[in-house]
Design a protein around this ligand. Structure first.
Ligand code: HEM
Length: 432
C-alpha cells in the first residue's frame, strides 16, 4: 500500500483509482508530511495536524449561508478585507448623464439598495403595486439567505473629469493605468463605475447586480458596460484554505492577511478626508490558454510558478506556507526558483517590499470561436497606490514564464470610497 511519491506528491495512476479527489489531496498532504503515501483515512488524520491551509479537510467546505455583513458602521467597504466568498459578479457601468446631481442620486439610491441586499432583504415591493413591474424586487432571491453578500462600489477616472465638476475632488492617485494596452479589448475594459458583488450563493450575487443595474437604467444615469461572472475564489482570507485557480495551483498563499499590512498597503490614510479608508481597485480579465497549459508537464508548470502543484509549497520548501528561499541554488548551481518564475518576479522581497491584496475569481466564458475552452482569472487587486500594481505588472509582463499561457484581455481601474456612515451614502463626501 505504500508507494514512493515524486517531490510534488504525484504518483502512478493505479494508486489514484477509487480514491476521491479530496482523498487524493489528503493523501498527498500526508505523504508530504511523512514522506509516504497512506490511505485517505490515514491522510485525514495526518492532515488535521498540519498548519493553516495545508489541509483541504479543515472544514473550509462548510458554508453558513445565513452570514451577513453590515453595510454601514465599518470604516471600509465590505468585500475587500472581509473573507472571500465563493462566487462573484463584477460589472462596470458607463454614466449616461452629464449631471453630477444624477450621479449623486444614483449613489444614494444604490447605497440604500445595497444596505437592503446585504441584509438579505428585498429592494422595493414584492407584491405588485404597479402592473409594469417597475420598482418591484425581481424576486429571484426571495427564498435565499444573505449568503454573506458584499457589494463594493468603485468610481472610475471619468467621474473626476471636467464634465461633472468634480475634478478638484479626484482621489489623488486615480488615473488610467500606465501599461501596454495591446492585448486589451474595449468590450472588457474601462467603465465609470464598478460593482463587485460576492456571495456564497451565485444567485444572490447575480440578483444584487441585476437590481442595481436596473436602478441605474431606470434612472437614466448608468448603463451596463462589461461583466464577468466568477467562481472558486482565487484568493483566500485568514482561516480559509487556499483555493486553486484554473491552472490547478493554490492561489493566495502569500497575500495580505494582517491588519498592519492592510493599513500599510491597502487603505488610503492621507489626502482628502472623504477618500480615507478607501482604496484603489485594479481589475484585469486574464484569459488562460488552458489546453496548452494542460500539455505542459507538471515539472515545468512548477518551474513557471516556483511552487509545487499539489502542496503549494515553494520549490525550496516542503509546506505551503514555507517562505520561498530565492537565494537557494541546486546542485547545478542554478537558482531553485527560476529567474522567470511568477513568484520570484512578484514577491515583495524582490520588489522593494511592495505588496498588493489579490482578491480575484476564476471565470469561464464557455467555448471560444476556435472551439477552445474560454476561461481564466478575473484578477482584482486592492492597493493604496495603483503604481504598486503597475510595478509588479511591468515586471511580470516583460519576463514572467507564465505569459506563454495567459493574455490580459480586459482592464479597469477604480477608486473604492470608504463605507458610508448610517444616514448617508457612498462617496457622499465628494459632493461637499
Ligand atoms: C492568470 C494570471 C495569474 C495567475 C494564474 C497567478 C497565479 C499565482 C499563483 C499560483 C501564485 C502563488 C501562490 C500565492 O502566493 O498566492 C501567485 C502569486 C502571486 N501573484 Fe499571481 N497570478 C496571476 C497574475 C498575477 C498578476 C497580474 C499579478 C500582479 C501584477 C500577480 C501578483 C502575484 C503576487 C504579488 C504573488 C505573491 C508572490 C509571493 O509573494 O510569493 N499575479 N500568483
Amino acid at each position: 500500500m505504500t508507494e514512493p511519491t515524486t517531490a510534488d506528491g504525484a504518483r502512478g495512476p493505479g494508486a489514484v483509482r477509487g480514491v476521491s479527489r479530496r482523498g487524493l489531496l489528503l493523501s498527498a498532504a500526508a505523504a508530504g508530511a511523512g514522506g509516504l503515501l497512506v490511505g485517505a483515512a490515514g491522510g485525514a488524520a495526518a492532515a488535521t495536524a498540519l498548519g493553516r491551509g495545508d489541509s483541504p479537510g479543515d472544514g473550509a467546505d462548510a458554508i453558513d449561508l445565513s452570514g451577513r455583513h453590515p453595510f454601514y458602521g465599518s470604516a471600509e467597504q465590505a468585500g475587500i478585507s472581509t473573507p472571500v466568498q465563493r462566487y462573484s459578479v463584477f460589472m462596470t457601468f458607463d454614466l449616461t448623464t452629464s449631471l453630477a446631481q444624477d450621479l449623486q442620486v444614483l449613489l444614494a439610491r444604490w447605497s440604500a439598495a445595497i444596505a437592503q441586499l446585504m441584509a438579505g432583504k428585498t429592494v422595493g415591493q414584492v407584491e405588485p403595486a404597479r402592473t409594469d413591474g417597475i420598482g418591484l424586487d425581481t424576486g429571484e432571491a426571495l427564498d435565499l439567505d444573505p449568503a454573506s453578500l458584499t457589494v463594493t462600489l468603485g468610481l472610475g477616472p471619468r467621474v473626476f473629469g471636467d464634465e461633472y465638476g468634480l475634478a478638484a475632488r479626484r482621489p489623488p492617485l486615480l488615473r488610467e493605468l500606465d501599461l501596454p494596452t495591446g492585448s486589451l479589448h474595449d468590450e472588457w475594459s474601462g467603465g465609470d463605475l464598478s460593482l463587485q458583488a460576492c456571495a456564497d450563493d451565485p444567485q444572490v450575487a447575480y440578483h444584487a447586480i441585476r437590481v442595481l443595474a436596473r436602478i441605474g437604467k431606470e434612472a437614466g444615469s448608468a448603463a451596463t458596460r462589461w461583466t464577468v461572472i466568477g467562481f472558486g475564489r482565487a484568493s483566500a482570507g485568514r482561516g480559509q484554505s487556499t483555493p486553486r485557480n484554473l491552472l490547478g495551483y493554490k492561489d493566495g498563499t502569500r497575500n495580505i492577511f494582517d491588519k498592519d499590512d492592510f493599513d500599510r498597503y491597502v487603505w488610503v490614510d492621507d489626502g482628502p478626508a472623504w477618500t480615507r479608508h478607501g482604496t484603489y481597485q485594479v481589475v484585469r480579465k486574464i484569459q488562460m490558454h488552458i489546453e496548452n497549459w494542460d500539455t505542459d508537464p507538471v515539472s515545468d508548470q512548477n518551474r513557471i510558478f516556483g511552487r509545487h502543484k499539489i502542496s503549494g509549497a515553494p520549490l525550496t520548501g516542503a509546506h505551503e506556507f514555507d517562505t520561498p528561499d530565492f537565494a537557494a541554488t541546486g546542485p547545478d548551481g542554478q537558482p531553485v526558483i527560476d529567474p522567470t518564475s511568477h513568484i520570484r518576479l512578484a514577491a515583495h522581497e524582490n520588489n522593494d517590499g511592495v505588496k498588493i491584496l489579490r482578491r480575484g475569481f476564476n471565470y469561464t466564458d464557455g467555448i471560444n470561436q476556435y472551439g477552445f475552452l474560454d476561461a481564466g482569472l478575473l484578477f482584482i487587486s486592492y492597493q493604496n497606490d495603483p503604481a504598486h500594481f503597475e510595478r509588479l505588472q511591468r515586471r511580470l509582463g516583460s519576463s514572467d514564464a507564465l505569459n506563454e499561457y495567459i493574455t490580459h484581455v480586459g482592464s479597469g481601474i477604480f477608486f473604492c470610497p470608504p463605507a458610508p456612515a448610517r444616514g448617508t451614502y457612498l462617496a457622499a463626501g465628494m459632493f461637499d
